[in-house]
Design a binder for this molecule. Sequence first.
Ligand SMILES: Cc1cc2nc3c(=O)[nH]c(=O)nc-3n(C[C@H](O)[C@H](O)[C@H](O)COP(=O)(O)OP(=O)(O)OC[C@H]3O[C@@H](n4cnc5c(N)ncnc54)[C@H](O)[C@@H]3O)c2cc1C
Length: 450
Amino acid sequence: MGAERFDSFGRATPPATRTMPADDAIALMKSGKAKKNALLAYGNGRSYGDSCQNEAGTVVDMRPLDRILAFNAETGLLEAEAGVLLSDIMAHAAPYGFFPAVVPGTQFVTLGGAIANDVHGKNHHRRGTFGCHVESFTLLRSDGRIYRCSDTDNACLFQATIGGMGLTGLILSASIRMMRVPSLDIVEKATPFRDLGEFFDLAEAADQANEYAVAWIDQLAGGHRRGRGLLFTGNHAEHGSHTASHAGGRLSVPFQPPFNVLNRPFLTAFNAAYRWKKGRSSVPRHVGYQGFFFPLDGLSGWNRLYGPKGLFQHQSVVPEDVAHRAVKALLEAARQAGQGSFLTVLKRFGSIRSPALLSFPRPGFTLTLDFPNRGEVTLQLLRELDRITVEAGGAVNPYKDARMGADIFAASFPDWQRLEALRDPAFMSDFWMRTAKKLDVRRGNVEAAE
Ligand SMILES: Cc1cc2nc3c(=O)[nH]c(=O)nc-3n(C[C@H](O)[C@H](O)[C@H](O)COP(=O)(O)OP(=O)(O)OC[C@H]3O[C@@H](n4cnc5c(N)ncnc54)[C@H](O)[C@@H]3O)c2cc1C
């Protein structure tokens, strides 16, 4: 077996070259000797871009901190070290009738990573982001001190660390409020829609009636089928399993194919088959939670199918009143560029505010597209998608990104300077260097240029 690679999930940027176990980093920080911009926490590398990388420094492997410390089976309050995976948290709490209030599309994220990116799930309209369910956490800063943070203790650091992309220090442990559910299973319904107009007519009512709602778009369908897709809605089943099932990965991609396997003919056939299989009947079905929330976890290492150059993910959010026009323009730009997206996901975000200083979700609609990295042609398309998003008054997701320019970041997060003010001086990421630090230099901050 080769040495472990500390990659981003998109693998379009090189893996980290210098890594350090959590215990060594903790000792270094407690000694107060950590150097400027030297460190960055690495959770489980499920961020698509370079927000989990620090080329000029060292990434800190947080996964050894993987103990569940306490669980209250009455209230669902769970305390764990930051490197615990959500899959383990689910397995621990399931027999007591609890489930994380927010889960992203993979269960293989750490508790620290979920907080640092303030991740969202298919129920944003009901529960907001992951950060809305964080009771407190402990944060180690390079001054050697451990800060207990909550909305009443060290509230500024609490807000900056949620969604702070690892820049405020090391989260060591956290307490989260889990949600009581009748079972883990889901009653799922797949409703086909013919075009975007039909989707937008369905979306709000679907959110009101269901805990979970998300749409899949057949991005390669042309002509009169353009914009067609399936709207998946779901609720926890009244009667069903209380045991977490095997966490994904029964099948795996054993080696790195030398080219992108997910090419256009493959995707066209896949999309047609997927739509046929899932959309055959609009009758609700009882399904396991793994397939509903984490369909891609079933094939471990699937990102390798994109070939050695990796993939880029583009996630945008645009305000509700312009969403139809903007989403249409984004899909059209991808079509015109002849780039097929393997997974195209459209979802309505609700208006529940996150405690985070910088959080990606905001009221409106969010579109996610995955593209194989074909070099400059792909980068050009991504810039066009950025332009459409920002002109519509929207934002581009930083923790899915590996290449956005500083201006797009500033337009997406006008408050970025508030995070920079609370950033731990010993912490830096390639993403922050490429965006916020460039903006800082433009503002005449000489130190940033050093
Ligand atoms: C298949 C798939 C589906 C996904 N679906 C969704 C989705 O539906 N919604 C969504 O929001 N995201 C989604 N994501 C993205 C993923 O949920 C986030 O990027 C998540 O934050 C990754 O967590 P991680 O533990 O792997 O952390 P990493 O990717 O390793 O790191 C993420 C960030 O957290 C910081 N960090 C990690 N641990 C700590 C710590 N202990 N202290 C301080 N900072 C820390 C890192 O420095 C970095 O900035 C998906 C990703 C994949 C691969």
